[in-house]
Design a protein around this ligand. Structure first.
Ligand SMILES: Cc1cc2nc3c(=O)[nH]c(=O)nc-3n(C[C@H](O)[C@H](O)[C@H](O)COP(=O)(O)OP(=O)(O)OC[C@H]3O[C@@H](n4cnc5c(N)ncnc54)[C@H](O)[C@@H]3O)c2cc1C
Length: 269
């Protein structure tokens, strides 16, 4: 079976800064890593490949040339192949244009059985790209997948358990299909020495706009129907009071103070 895993390079910290002029993320300010939630997508794909006994796992990333580092990490974990989607024309893409390019690349990799993405990226955090890819490819989608309980190659189906508020929802999809997975999918593996050596030597294909059947006006900023029009840090306008209730007497005083405040505010009488 062929499984494609889109993986994103994200800042290594959640202390992300934004450029107030352009409304975009200042990516040069922080070191970058593979999106932590994409490791679960890779893990799910590697386990499915290994249990099926054949096939390959292809890692795909759209980003500037340094994003190749996430492909190297994917290979160190056991991926068979990595493809970097990099072109200045892809820059400034919103989730619509990002999923458009990823879908076009996956189209080139057909025949495929599954696409597995992370639940969401820790920087953009929209969780839209996985469903977006499924829509562009017009394939079935299951989000928040916690377990893959069956793959039937002959019937071309995959059965999964989706995490829902009060339990699991069991869904059978015809393949090719796209799954977005949650952490529960499987414990993560560590890279092996063999994997690290393979990753060090690995060379990655690089596909740009000319390699993908996407009209120029649908790429990057041009192809992005959404715009960040303003970036602002929320102003705290409510007044607060900290009551230090360090010991038993303090707790009693704090309780009286809180009761007075609630009474003044008309919340209790
Ligand atoms: C309105 C708007 C405008 C934006 N403008 C800009 C901009 O001008 N410049 C800019 O740099 N960013 C911009 N962004 C951010 C950019 O669109 C997102 O980083 C990108 O589309 C991915 O979305 P996300 O981070 O929310 O991923 P999610 O949808 O949360 O990611 C889900 C999964 O999709 C996959 N995935 C996501 N992105 C990639 C990728 N690049 N390669 C491979 N797999 C991926 C991963 O498996 C990931 O786990 C903008 C976002 C919005 C909403």
């Amino acid at each position: 079976m062929r499984i494609v895993v889109p993986v994103k390079q994200v800042p290594a910290t959640d202390a992300v800064t934004m450029d107030p002029e352009t409304g975009t993320m200042v990516r040069s300010a922080a070191a970058s890593v593979i999106n932590p939630l994409d490791l679960y997508a890779l893990e799910a794909a590697l386990r499915l490949r290994d249990s099926s006994g054949d096939g390959d796992v292809v890692a795909l990333t759209m980003g500037p040339p340094p994003a190749e580092a996430v492909l190297r990490e994917a290979v160190s974990l056991g991926c068979d192949r990595g493809i970097l989607l990099s072109d200045t024309r892809f820059g400034g893409a919103d989730t619509w244009a990002t999923s458009r390019v990823l879908a076009a690349a996956i189209e080139r990799l057909k025949p495929i059985d599954l696409v597995i993405t992370g639940e969401r990226a820790t920087d953009g955090d929209t969780a839209q790209v996985g469903p977006g890819i499924a829509a562009w490819l017009d394939i079935p989608l299951a989000t928040y997948v916690a377990h893959v309980t069956g793959v039937d190659g002959a019937a071309a189906t995959v059965t999964v358990e989706r995490l829902v508020e009060d339990g699991y929802q069991i869904v059978r999809l015809s393949t090719p299909a796209l799954l977005t997975v949650v952490k529960e999918i499987a414990p993560l593996r560590l890279p092996t020495l063999d994997g690290v050596m393979r990753a060090r030597r690995a060379e990655f294909e690089r596909w740009g706009a000319v390699d993908l059947a996407v009209p120029a006006e649908e790429l990057g900023l041009k192809g992005s129907p959404t715009r960040v029009v303003n970036i602002a840090t929320p102003q705290v306008t409510r007044e607060g009071e900290t009551i230090d209730a360090g010991d038993e007497a303090g707790v009693a005083q704090a309780a009286v103070r809180i009761a007075d405040l609630l009474e003044d505010a008309g919340v209790v009488r």
